[in-house]
Design a protein around this ligand. Structure first.
Ligand code: HEM
Length: 149
């Protein structure tokens, strides 16, 4: 397999883990935890998921930047919204900043104080991170299907 093929396969593998893991959390684990007021259920899922989820996100960033270099070698064009490829790369980098910001806020502000009573505050993080994950995937697919060109 050539380098480009390898990067795409790794990028899709990371995307499956990141998007799939968050959809399971947002659509299955979280609603049940909110119904039963069981913050421990979310914590247990997050502890197990973190071990594959964080490496997956790191893989996404490395392969994503690499693929961006292949598609548009000049990084100064990565936020050029008049360029169709630059626009998609720029949107992906903004989504990445939003993901990192939400993750830092959850890790250092919400999770240390997490209890059965304030589980809703974590839900306000899980839902946007999941929506951003799905947007990542749609913007990624747009390179091929041209939705945002
Ligand atoms: C969790 C985060 C991410 C997800 C879920 C994701 C998902 C995807 C998906 C599903 C594709 C389509 C691949 C294909 O056409 O076969 C894609 C393509 C792409 N992604 Fe991402 N991505 C993520 C993060 C990033 C980041 C941080 C960057 C860096 C700017 C990036 C840059 C790209 C590029 C340049 C392509 C086009 C590849 C090509 O067609 O040559 N991605 N992404």
């Amino acid at each position: 397999m050539n380098l480009y093929g390898t990067l795409i396969v790794l990028h899709l593998l990371g995307a499956s883990i990141w998007v799939g893991g968050h959809l399971v959390l947002a659509c299955s684990v979280l609603p049940k935890a909110l119904r039963t007021r069981d913050a421990g259920a979310v914590r247990r899922y997050e502890e197990g998921y973190e071990r594959v989820g964080i490496p997956a996100l790191i893989v996404q960033v490395i392969t994503g930047i690499w693929l961006s270099h292949i598609k548009l070698p000049d990084p100064s064009l990565w936020f050029d919204f008049s360029n169709p490829v630059g626009r998609l790369i720029g949107i992906k980098l903004i989504l990445l900043a939003a993901t990192v910001g939400l993750a830092i806020d959850a890790r250092f502000r919400i999770i240390p104080k997490l209890s059965d009573e304030n589980l809703v505050s974590l839900a306000w993080h899980i839902v946007p991170v999941t929506l951003v994950a799905v947007l990542f995937l749609i913007v990624g697919a747009s390179f091929r299907i041209g939705w945002m060109y």
